[in-house]
Design a protein around this ligand. Structure first.
Ligand code: BGC
Length: 762
C-alpha cells in the first residue's frame, strides 16, 4: 500500500547551514582571522594546511616530513601530532611563535583513543558498558590528562559502524548499532570538548573516519566500500552526524572510497553532506597520507589528487605534504582558485582561535600539571570501575561465578600474566609498565585469603611468522622456550591441585586494531588445545576471553562452565577482572557487536531486514534464506549479557494505542531483580515498523537505560517515543516516519520478547 509520509523533523535540507567559508557568526573571530589572513602570503596560508608528525609514535604509513624545524620557522606547519610533554611542546611552539614571520601558533594532536596515560578499555569494550554518563566522564579524564601533557587535539571519537569482526578496527568502534553509536559519539565529544574549548583542561575532538570505513569489503583494512545511500544514511551516517550535532570541531576523512571516490577528495561527502546538510563548520583533516594514497587509488598524480582534495573540502593534509608541495603550482595552472586555499586556511585558523592559542600559545604547557593530573589515584579508580563495567558474562552454569575468596585458584593462560597486552590497541600514549596484570589483580583482591597457582599453559600462538607480524611495535606474542607439550602438562598439573581453574585466553592486543584484519577469528590452536586439556581435568572451568573483536568461540563456550568476554581492558585490567570474578562487582556489560557462530555468517547484525523467503526457525528449510551448514542466528546476539543475578521483565504497557505526529508515547515496563545479588541491568527498547515503503528492519534499538536494582526490588522503567524517533531516510533522502502499525519490544537483549503494538496516524 502506498502511504503518505509525515514530515516529522526538519528534513535534510540545505538550509541548515550554508558553507561557512568566510563568516562563522562570531564577528570578533571573523575580524581577527581576516586581519591575520590579509597579512599572510600564499605559501603561509598553505603552510597552515600542513599537519606533520616527527615519527617516534606509531607511524601508520610512511613519514614524509623531514627538516621539521626549518619548516616550522618558514611558517610551513599548521600542526604537529605524535609528540607530548609541556617542555618539548613549549620549545616546539616557540619556534613557530618567535621564529616564523607571523608567529602563528601550531596545534598539537595525538591519538588519545581510550585514555591518555590512564588507559581505559578499548572502545568496543567501553561501548559494552552502555554507560553514557561514565563515557563522558572518561573522555573528560582523557582531556585533562592530555592537556596536562600539552596535547590539546585528539583523533577521537572513532564512530565507524562495523558489522564485520574480521576487520581489526572494530576494536576501536562502538560496534554495530547507529542509535547506541550516536549516543556514545555525543558523550565522547562532550567529554573531550566540554562547554568551552578555550579552557585549558578540555581538548578538541576529531570525529573519524568520515565515512563508512567500518564497511571495508571482506573486513580487509583500507578496502573499498560500496553501499546504497539508504544504508549510508540510515545505518552508517548517524554517529558522525550525532558528533557534529554535539559540536565536534574537526572531522577526519577516511582511507576508503565512497561511491567510487576516495573520501579525502569526495566533494559530495565533505561538502554536500557534511557542511551543507549537517551544518558542520569546523575543519576536515585527512587520514595519514590519505591524500597521497589517492595516487594508488588511481585518481591521478600527487598534484592532481591534492587539488581534488582541496576542492572537495579537505582542509588539512596529514603527513603527506601534497598540499604543501603542489597547491601553489595548481593555483598557477588554474587547477584550483585562491578562494579554495583561503577557505581551508580560515577554518584551521578559526580552530586555533577557539582553542585560545592566539591569546596564549603556551596555555597548555604547564610543567606542574603532569605530576598532579596524570595517572592519578582517582583516574585509576575510574579506569578500574569502568573496566569492570565493560566485561560481558556470556555463560555461568551452576553459578560457578562469582568465585569464593578462599581455597585454591589455578590461574592459567598466555594472557594471565602478560603486561604488554593489557592496554589494547591504539594506546600510543599509554605505558604498559603501569598496567596491572590479571595475576597481580588476583593477588591484590585475594591477599592471603586464597591460594593462587599460576601457569602460562600455552603461547598466544605457536607460529613465529604470525608472531612477527604482531610484534612490529614491541613484544606482544612471546613464544616460550619450553615446548607446547611441557607448558600444557604444567597447566594441567597445576589445575589438578586447585578448586577452580580460571583460564585467560584470547588475542594479543595487536591482533586487532589498524592493519590487523583476520580471516579466521577463532582462538589460535595453541589456546584451543589448552582449554580442551583444562576441561578434561573436571575442575570447574572459568574462561576469560581477552580480545579486540567478537570471536568464533562456540566450542570454547561449550567447554567452559562460565565464560566472560573481557576485551583488552586497559591499565586496571587485572584489578577489574578480579573485582568481577570474585563478586565485588556484578557484571553488567552487554554486547554491542553480534558474536557469529562461524566466520561465514559475517557480516552479521541484529537489525536485519526480512527477505521474501524468511527462515522461520533455526532448522534448515529448502528454498529459504538460510545456510546448509549453520543456523542463521548468532552465537550471542547484540545486547546480550548475563549478570550474577536474574532480572524478570513484566507488565509492558503503553499509554496510548495510537499516536499522531505531535504525541509522545509512553512505554513502561517493570523489572524485578529475582536473584541473590544486587545488580545493574541495561533495559533495551526495540521498535519494528510493521509495513513501510522500503523493507523495514525487523527491529531497531530506540532506547536504553542502565539501572541499578537491589536484589528483590522492582523498578519501573519508562521510555518515551515520538514520531520523529520512527523516522528514516527514504530513497529521495527525505527523513520522515510513515503512518501505520509499530511493535515495541522491551527486554535485556535484542531478542527481547515482551511486546506491544501501536499505530502512528497522520
Ligand atoms: C589512522 C587514524 C589515526 C592516524 C594518526 C591513521 O593510520 O587511520 O585513525 O588517527 O593514523 O595516527
Amino acid at each position: 500500500m502506498k502511504r503518505f509520509g509525515i514530515l516529522v523533523i526538519a528534513m535534510v535540507m540545505l538550509a541548515a547551514c550554508q558553507q561557512k567559508s568566510s563568516t562563522s557568526g562570531n564577528s570578533e573571530m571573523d575580524g581577527f582571522v581576516s586581519d591575520l589572513m590579509a597579512k599572510m602570503t600564499l605559501q603561509e596560508k598553505i603552510g597552515q594546511l600542513n599537519l606533520v608528525t616527527p615519527g617516534g609514535g606509531i607511524p601508520t604509513g610512511s613519514v614524509v616530513s623531514t627538516d621539521l624545524e626549518a619548516k616550522i620557522k618558514a611558517g610551513n606547519v599548521g600542526g604537529i601530532f605524535g609528540i607530548s610533554g609541556p617542555e618539548r611542546l613549549r620549545e616546539t611552539q616557540r619556534m613557530a611563535v618567535d621564529e616564523s614571520r607571523l608567529g602563528i601558533p601550531m596545534i598539537f594532536g595525538f591519538d588519545v583513543i581510550h585514555g591518555y596515560k590512564t588507559i581505559f578499555p578499548i572502545p568496543l569494550g567501553l561501548s559494552c558498558s552502555w554507560d553514557i554518563k561514565r563515557l563522558e566522564e572518561i573522555a573528560h579524564i582523557a582531556a585533562v590528562e592530555s592537556t596536562a601533557d600539552g596535547v590539546f587535539w585528539t583523533f577521537s571519537p572513532m564512530v565507524d559502524i562495523s558489522r564485520d569482526p574480521r576487520w581489526g578496527r572494530i576494536s576501536e568502534s562502538s560496534g554495530e548499532d547507529p542509535y547506541l553509536g550516536s549516543a556514545i559519539a555525543q558523550a565522547l565529544v562532550k567529554g573531550y570538548q566540554g562547554d568551552d574549548l578555550g579552557n585549558n583542561k578540555t581538548m578538541m575532538a576529531c570525529v573519524k573516519h568520515f565515512a563508512l570505513y567500518g564497511a571495508a569489503e571482506a573486513g580487509r583494512d583500507y578496502n573499498s566500500v560500496d553501499m546504497s545511500h539508504l544504508r549510508m544514511f540510515n545505518d552508517y551516517f548517524p554517529p558522525y552526524k550525532a558528533a557534529i550535532e554535539a559540536g565536534v570541531e574537526s572531522v577526519m576523512s577516511s582511507f576508503n572510497d565512497v561511491d567510487g571516490v576516495p573520501s579525502s577528495a569526495n566533494k559530495w561527502l565533505l561538502t554536500d553532506v557534511l557542511r551543507d546538510m549537517w551544518g558542520f563548520n569546523g575543519f576536515v583533516v585527512s587520514d595519514y597520507t590519505s591524500v597521497n594514497e589517492m595516487v594508488a587509488h588511481g585518481l591521478g598524480d600527487l598534484q592532481e589528487v591534492s587539488a581534488l582534495a582541496l576542492k572537495a573540502g579537505l582542509d588539512m593534509d596529514m603527513v603527506g605534504e601534497g598540499f604543501l608541495t603542489t597547491l601553489e603550482k595548481s593555483l598557477k595552472e588554474g587547477k584550483i582558485v585562491e578562494a579554495d586555499i583561503n577557505r581551508a586556511c580560515r577554518r584551521v585558523l578559526e580552530a586555533k582561535y577557539k582553542l585560545g592559542l592566539f591569546d596564549d600559545p603556551y596555555r597548555y604547557f604547564d610543567d606542574s600539571r603532569p605530576a598532579s593530573d596524570i595517572l592519578t589515584k582517582e583516574n585509576r579508580t575510574a579506569a578500574r570501575e569502568m573496566a569492570a563495567r565493560t566485561m560481558v558474562l556470556l555463560k555461568n552454569e551452576k553459578q560457578v561465578l562469582p568465585l569464593k575468596k578462599s581455597g585454591t585458584v589455578a590461574l592459567i593462560g598466555p594472557l594471565a600474566d602478560s603486561r604488554n597486552n593489557m592496554l589494547g590497541t591504539w594506546a600510543p600514549t599509554g605505558d604498559p609498565g603501569f598496567a596491572v596484570t590479571v595475576l597481580e589483580g588476583f593477588q591484590n583482591v585475594l591477599g592471603d585469603q586464597a591460594k593462587i597457582l599460576y601457569a602460562k599453559g600455552a603461547n598466544i600462538c605457536n607460529d613465529p611468522e604470525f608472531a612477527a607480524k604482531i610484534n612490529v611495535f614491541g613484544p606482544k606474542i612471546e613464544i616460550d622456550e619450553r615446548s607446547p607439550e611441557s607448558m600444557l602438562q604444567e597447566a594441567v598439573s597445576v589445575s589438578k591441585r586447585a578448586d577452580v581453574v580460571v583460564a585467560v585466553v584470547g588475542e594479543a592486543s595487536e591482533m586487532t586494531g589498524e592493519s590487523a584484519s583476520r580471516s579466521d577469528i577463532s582462538l589460535p590452536w595453541s589456546q584451543k588445545k589448552l582449554l580442551q586439556e583444562l576441561a578434561k581435568t573436571g575442575k570447574p572451568l572459568v574462561v576469560v576471553n581477552m580480545s579486540g573483536r567478537p570471536m568464533t568461540i562456540a566450542g570454547e563456550v561449550e567447554l567452559a562452565d562460565a565464560f566472560l568476554q573481557m576485551w583488552h581492558a586497559g591499565v586496571e585490567t587485572g584489578n577489574a577482572l578480579a573485582d568481577v570474578l570474585f563478586g565485588d562487582y556484578n557484571p553488567s556489560g552487554k554486547l554491542t557487536a553480534t558474536f557469529p557462530r562461524n566466520v561465514g555468517q559475517v557480516p552479521i547484525y541484529y537489525s536485519i531486514r526480512n527477505t521474501g523467503r524468511p527462515q522461520g526457525g533455526d532448522t534448515f528449510q529448502k528454498f529459504r534464506s538460510n545456510y546448509l551448514d549453520v543456523q542463521n542466528t548468532p552465537l550471542f546476539p547484540f545486547g546480550y549479557g548475563l549478570s550474577y543475578t536474574s532480572f524478570k521483565y513484566k507488565e509492558l504497557a503503553i499509554d496510548k494505542s495510537t499516536i499522531s505526529n505531535m504525541d509522545e508515547l509512553s512505554i513502561s515496563v517493570s523489572v524485578t531483580n529475582t536473584g541473590d545479588f544486587d545488580g545493574e541491568e541495561v533495559v533495551q527498547l526495540y521498535v519494528r515498523d510493521m509495513v513501510a515503503s522500503i523493507t523495514p528492519p525487523l527491529r531497531l534499538l530506540k532506547g536504553f537505560q542502565k539501572i541499578f536494582i537491589p536484589k528483590g526490588d522492582t523498578k519501573e522503567v519508562v521510555f518515551k517515543i515520538r514520531a520523529a524517533d520512527l523516522a528514516f531516510y527514504h530513497p529521495d533522502m527525505k527523513f520522515y516516519a510513515e503512518p501505520g502499525e509499530f511493535t515495541v519490544f522491551v527486554g535485556g537483549d535484542s531478542n527481547a520478547s515482551l511486546s506491544q503494538t501501536f499505530s502512528l496516524v497522520n
